[in-house]
Design a protein around this ligand. Structure first.
Ligand code: SF4
Ligand code: SF4
Length: 453
């Protein structure tokens, strides 16, 4: 017996009348189907009689996951995939290390502004961070250690980046593994001299976030000391370092900044920065600014419908200019909270977290670097599996395979309902975003491939 997959997202009569554009969130297949394929799929859906040609087409569609044997087998595959992502070991130990929560900018939306003090990591804590990370990297299946230094502004505590990097390099050399690091920085201190000092220590790339053109960026991200503006400094540093290492420039797509995106791209082009960037990424507008918080930016389901609209405008502009938009637009991403061996975030004070934006909420810490084991909260995060009931059994939602671990952003749930395990669903966002991105991806794909059948 065959049935249509419950994970098909379809746009009927697109791009041609009678045809259908179809994407399967489980298999990741995106195709334009000719009208006879659409008819065969609809006949299967309606329980109509199928002839031999229908069966041939349906068998072909089964290869792409649009048609499956039965509902339970498909559901089991989704459960298996989510659990494999949650419990699987990775050959790379990834960690985020906050060198300091201090910052030289006073961004209006930064969660740090709600904190009473800005801890800075000392060498004693860094040694314990090192011990925790190498303990995880000892497994023979681990081939590499990959650290992202984060803040606050991580370059305000370069001593810890150098201290840790030297130790990781030595340890990795002795243990035949590799070490490399990236940095999420506001870009104001990323001068050529800094890059030159850090490259021999494994510096492999920087991620710089800007909020738009000069007037928008400077209004939202003033210097803390009230002296001068940061946009021009960032542009100068970008010009001087973009040839030295891969730099990803993330532009936050707010309602204000999106209208000015073409001007920003023009300016980056004039300054000969745009072509040299590793990537220009439209960033997710932080939907919870008024509630003092921002999502991690790794997961699309943390978005609202309005931020999806702004984000889509940015993606469309990149497609129009033939610039690479984020590669995984339709793939979805995983929330680190639910992964047993996933990303750990080491705050400057030694507390460990599973989500970067929960760092101002010690009640959600999963332990301290001085402790041998992670705490009960970590166990709850991994084993709670709220997606199973809410997304699979109750809702029958077609986005489960691409919605992180299948239950939305936990931080969004916390902000909206006061409960980390409350409703974090952004189905409205997916319904708006996915069909639009399907059209864009289709345009790109069909420039090189002819349509199926
Ligand atoms: S959180 Fe919402 S959108 Fe995501 S899989 Fe669950 S029901 Fe679907
Ligand atoms: S809960 Fe998950 S998706 Fe949401 S901000 Fe935290 S890590 Fe990102």
């Amino acid at each position: 017996m065959m049935i249509p997959s419950r994970y098909n997202i379809t746009i009927p009569d697109y791009p041609k009348a009678g045809g259908i554009l179809i994407f399967n969130t489980l298999s990741g297949s995106l195709y334009e189907l000719e009208p006879d394929y659409r008819k065969s799929l609809e006949s299967l859906q309606n329980g109509s009689d199928l002839d031999e040609s229908d069966m041939v087409r349906l068998t072909e569609m089964a290869e792409e996951g649009y048609v499956v044997e039965d509902e339970e087998t498909e559901k089991d595959m989704v459960i298996h995939n989510i659990r494999a992502a949650a419990y699987g070991n990775s050959p790379v130990v990834k960690a985020t290390v906050v060198t300091t929560m201090a910052c030289n900018l006073a961004c209006k939306y930064c969660f740090e502004s709600g904190m009473e003090k800005s801890p800075t990591m000392d060498r004693e804590t860094a040694q314990l961070v090192f011990d925790q990370i190498v303990k995880r990297a000892q497994d023979p299946s681990v081939k590499a250690i990959d650290i992202d230094y984060y803040g606050g502004e991580p370059l305000l505590n370069m001593d810890i980046i150098r201290f840790l990097s030297k130790k990781f390099q030595e340890w990795c050399e002795e243990n035949k593994k590799t070490y490399g690091f990236t940095m999420t920085t506001n870009g104001t201190l990323l001068t050529p001299e800094v890059v030159e000092r850090l490259k021999p220590l494994g510096f492999q790339g920087a991620r710089i976030t800007i909020d738009g053109v000069r007037e928008i960026h400077d209004a939202r991200r003033p210097y803390k000391n009230g002296k001068g503006f940061s946009f021009d400094t960032i542009m100068k540093n970008l010009t001087n370092t973009v040839d030295m290492l891969p730099i990803t420039l993330v532009n936050v797509c707010s309602k204000e900044s999106i209208r000015q995106l073409p001007s920003l791209l023009d300016e980056l082009e004039e300054k000969q920065i745009l072509d040299k960037l590793a990537a220009f990424q439209p960033g997710i507008e932080q939907p919870y600014l008024d509630k003092k918080g921002s999502v991690c930016g790794t997961m699309d389901c943390a978005l609202t419908k309005e931020s999806a609209e702004n984000f889509l405008l940015a993606v469309q502009e990149l497609f129009r200019r033939n610039l690479p938009a984020r590669g995984e637009l339709l793939q979805g991403t995983n929330c680190s909270i639910t992964a047993a061996h996933g990303l750990l975030i080491f705050n400057a004070d030694g507390k460990m977290y599973k989500c970067p934006v929960l760092m101002d909420k010690p009640e959600f810490s999963v332990g301290h670097v001085s402790q041998e084991k992670l705490n009960k909260h970590h166990f709850t995060c991994v084993t709670k599996e709220i997606w199973k009931k809410e997304c699979l059994d109750d809702t029958d939602c077609p986005y489960v395979p691409t919605c992180g671990a299948g239950a939305g952003c936990r931080f969004a749930a916390l902000v909206n309902s006061g409960d980390l395990w409350g409703d974090g669903c952004s189905r409205e966002f997916h319904d708006h975003y996915v069909p639009e991105v399907m059209k864009l991806e289709h345009m790109k794909k069909y420039e090189v491939n002819s349509s199926k059948a």
